[in-house]
Design a protein around this ligand. Structure first.
Ligand code: PEP
Length: 247
C-alpha cells in the first residue's frame, strides 16, 4: 500500500548537510511508490531543491506565518515558501503550540493562509500525558480538529494531511500502542465525517518515536496513511529504509 512518509528535522543539521542527504535519499528511494516529504529548516530549502530535483520527493516547511507580508520580522510567508519550491508546511506542531504559545485560532489562520497560497498542510493534532491520563484524549483531539478546520471547505481537505502526534510519544522513545493509534485515528475520522460527511476523505499519519525498529508494524496499520518521523529522519540510511518500504 502506498503511504505518505514525512520527515521533520526540527532545528537540527546545517545547510551543508543537505546536499549529501538529498542525493542519498533520492538514490535510495528511487522507484518507491510512497509519497516522501522532507521538512528541513528554511535555510536548507535551496540546496534540497537543487539536489532533489528530478526525484518525486517533496519539500515541506516546519511552520508558516498566518499573514501574507509586511512588518513581521523573523516570520516566513506562504508565498515565500511556495516560491522556494516548498509544497507542504507543518502547522500546529506540539513544539510550536507549547513553546511558542500557538493557539488553535492562530493555527486555523495559518491553515487558511497556506491553502490560499497553494501550499498543502500537515496539521499536527495530539494530546499531552495529563489529558490522556485523565481520559480526556478523545475530546481533546476532537476540539483541536474542530478549531483547526473552522471555515475549511471539504474540497480543501485533499490538501490537508492530519498528523496524529500524541505529545507524550514525541521524542520520548515510547510510541503509542497500535490499539491507541487505531482508536485515536478512528476518533479523528469520525469527527471528519461529523464535520463534513461520511464520504469525506482525509489522509491521517501517525508521529511519535517511530524508528528503524518499530516503523513497519505502525506504518502498516490499515487505518494509517503514513507517518511523520522526527529524530529517526536525521539518519538518511534509516529514513530511506522507512521511506522506500513497500507497506
Ligand atoms: C515530530 O517531531 O513530530 C516527531 C514525531 O518526532 P519523533 O519521531 O522524534 O518522536
Amino acid at each position: 500500500m502506498r503511504k505518505i512518509i514525512i520527515s521533520n528535522f526540527k532545528m537540527n543539521t546545517v545547510p551543508s548537510d543537505m546536499k549529501a542527504y538529498s542525493m542519498q535519499l533520492a538514490t535510495k528511494t528511487a522507484g518507491s511508490k510512497n509519497k516522501i516529504i522532507v521538512c528541513p529548516p528554511y535555510t536548507h530549502f535551496c540546496i534540497a531543491k537543487q539536489f532533489l530535483d528530478g526525484s518525486k520527493i517533496e519539500i515541506g516547511a516546519q511552520n508558516v506565518s498566518d499573514v501574507e507580508a509586511g512588518k513581521n520580522t523573523g516570520e516566513i510567508s506562504a508565498s515565500m515558501l511556495k516560491d522556494a519550491g516548498v509544497t507542504y508546511c507543518i502547522i500546529g506542531h506540539s513544539e510550536r503550540r507549547s513553546k511558542f504559545k500557538e493557539s488553535d485560532r492562530l493555527i486555523n489562520k495559518k491553515i487558511k493562509m497556506a491553502l490560499s497560497q497553494g501550499l498543502k498542510v500537515i496539521l499536527c493534532i495530539g494530546e499531552d500525558k495529563v489529558t490522556r491520563e485523565a481520559k480526556g484524549a478523545c475530546a481533546f483531539v476532537k476540539n483541536q480538529l474542530d478549531d483547526a478546520l473552522k471555515g475549511i471547505y471539504e474540497n480543501e481537505l485533499e490538501s490537508v494531511i492530519i498528523a496524529y502526534e500524541p505529545i507524550w510519544a514525541i521524542g520520548t522513545g515510547k510510541t503509542a500502542t497500535l490499539k491507541d493509534i487505531e482508536k485515536m485515528v478512528g476518533v479523528l475520522r469520525k469527527e471528519i465525517a461529523y464535520l463534513y460527511n461520511d464520504k469525506t476523505k482525509i489522509n491521517i499519519v501517525y508521529g511519535g518515536s517511530i524508528d528503524i525498529n518499530n516503523y513497519k508494524k505502525i506504518i502498516s496499520l490499515p487505518c494509517l496513511d503514513g507517518a511523520l518521523i522526527g529524530g529517526a529522519s536525521l539518519d538518511v540510511d534509516n529514513f530511506s529504509v522507512i521511506a522506500r518500504e513497500n507497506y
